[in-house]
Design a protein around this ligand. Structure first.
Ligand SMILES: Cc1cc2nc3c(=O)[nH]c(=O)nc-3n(C[C@H](O)[C@H](O)[C@H](O)COP(=O)(O)OP(=O)(O)OC[C@H]3O[C@@H](n4cnc5c(N)ncnc54)[C@H](O)[C@@H]3O)c2cc1C
Length: 444
């Protein structure tokens, strides 16, 4: 370890590893601090007997050619492959292949027409989009109008476990029911979408994977292979990594910081751990955390004959009476099946920590399995084995005061540290958004 580094990166998840690698590739000296015992963060899979299970469908999706080239340069040629996009959704007793968004036709033709007429009417009556949304509920009303707003509120309760009026408008990143709407059959939709106004809100099936968007996944494996490849890339790039280390203090005047195993001077600090953690480390306050709904989920995993599983990578379950939010068919894309051709699918259940199911997650397995049968995601009558895993934090959903608290934090950081401390966009969710943000910060 050196006495001084151009950059000290705090955190060892995807974001930090990419930032550290990109900065090291530009010739900077880097120290990366990870407070866990291994790198990878949320990429680290769950072990169930001989199976490795990723925490939900963890794709490198919507990657552009540029994104793909970057990640391939980092992890090597043969680690990732493009698996294309294959989703399904379930609403009102109907499974729809090819879409992860709700298929409103399931509620009857009249309902789709009503939505369509309502959106057109509202477009004609408005003089443009509203300048400002106060809460997520305003977004739901704008996007769904009177016809859909109650459906959306119910979905918000189910997927994010809180009322839409408590959430920041930016919670829209965490849900899949807003935006373009599936209302009509493919031919009609394609025809209608010729009008630019209608194209903006109507969905139609993508004709295969577009040339410039990739859905990358480890070739016949799980994210552990990517994690290992990224770790190797950091080593080759000369990044010093300290595991089991967190930042303990920062002195802005001497530009030095201390951590569990020592101290070092820095040129700049990059907080890849999370803005909430950065606030705690730098100012010993938690205003961002207070404005965040940390969403726990139970991952119910089942083994079933592989041939009884639907072909989609995952199915989003919009039925408000179901506990299941998403069903991921791992054996369709990461070779998660055994010698007898039994494969794994995993059902996510969004939950609160004071819910009785959180304490004894296994007791819902029977009901969850029946839901999977009802949606058509599996066709067999029984599962061979099942296990329910508790994941204490999945999505970090912003509450109404989040953006103000974030702006306040960033101005306090600038006041105290100038541009020496970099906190990436705390609202970016996906790996694609992380890469875009790192480009904005001129790190990538
Ligand atoms: C169910 C689910 C499915 C998802 N599916 C997708 C998908 O298909 N595609 C996609 O692009 N994204 C997906 N995401 C989002 C994706 O998981 C995140 O973008 C990604 O995990 C974020 O990586 P990160 O490095 O920012 O954070 P993390 O992976 O959480 O890493 C943060 C790291 O910082 C470390 N750390 C924390 N505090 C400190 C400290 N004080 N000192 C040192 N180290 C510290 C942690 O130990 C951890 O290793 C999904 C998310 C969920 C919840």
């Amino acid at each position: 370890m050196k006495k001084s580094y151009d950059w000290i990166v705090i955190g060892g998840g995807f974001k930090s590893m990419v930032a550290a690698y990109a900065l090291a590739s530009k010739g900077f000296s880097i120290l990366l601090l990870e407070n866990g015992k291994s790198l990878g963060g949320f990429m680290a899979p769950i072990r169930w007997g001989d199976f490795w299970i990723d925490k939900g469908p963890q794709f490198f999706d919507n990657f552009s050619e540029e994104d793909k080239n970057f990640i391939v340069e980092m992890v090597g040629e043969n680690v990732l492959e493009d698996i294309g996009f294959a989703y399904a959704s379930y609403l009102n007793g109907t499974k729809t292949d090819g879409f992860a968004i709700p298929d409103w036709r399931a509620k009857g033709e009249g309902f789709s027409n009503k939505i369509f007429a309502d959106i057109i009417q509202r477009r004609l009556n408005s003089s443009g989009p509203p300048a400002h949304f106060e809460t997520f509920d305003d977004v739901l009303l704008y996007d769904g109008g009177e016809v859909l707003v109650d459906e959306f509120r119910q979905m918000t309760r189910k997927f994010l476990r809180t009322e839409a009026k408590n959430l920041s408008p930016h919670a829209n990143r965490m849900v899949t029911y807003l935006g373009r709407k599936l209302l009509f059959d493919q031919d009609i939709s394609v025809d209608l979408k010729k009008s630019p106004i209608i194209d903006g809100f109507l969905a139609a099936q993508k004709k295969g994977v577009s040339e410039t968007r990739y859905n990358l996944y480890p070739r016949g494996s799980n994210l552990e292979t990517v994690r290992i490849a990224m770790e190797k890339a950091l080593k080759t790039a000369g990044v010093d990594v300290l595991l089991n280390n967190s930042l303990l203090s920062v002195d802005a005047d001497t530009k030095s910081c201390s951590f569990n195993d020592g101290s070092a001077n820095y040129g700049s600090l990059f907080f890849g751990c999370d803005a909430r953690e950065a606030e705690k480390l730098l100012f010993a306050t938690q205003t961002l955390l207070d404005q965040t709904q940390m969403l726990p989920e139970i991952f119910h995993c089942f083994t079933v004959p592989r041939k009884s599983m639907d072909e989609a990578y995952y199915l989003v379950d919009y039925d408000p009476s179901h506990l299941s939010t998403r069903m991921t068919n791992f054996s369709n894309y990461m070779n998660a099946y055994d010698d007898e051709d039994y494969g794994i699918f995993c059902v996510e259940q969004a939950i609160e920590r004071d819910d009785a199911d959180w304490v004894t997650p296994d007791r819902m397995q029977g009901r969850i399995f029946e839901e999977a049968r009802e949606t058509g995601n599996v066709t067999c009558d029984h599962f061979k084995s099942a296990k329910s895993f508790r994941i204490p934090v999945t999505y970090k959903v912003p509450l109404t005061g989040f953006v103000d608290a974030n702006d306040h934090l960033l101005s306090k950081v600038t006041e105290k540290f100038g541009s020496d401390v970099v906190i990436p966009n705390s609202l970016s969710l996906t790996r694609k958004e992380t890469l875009d943000d790192l480009r904005m910060l001129e790190i990538l």
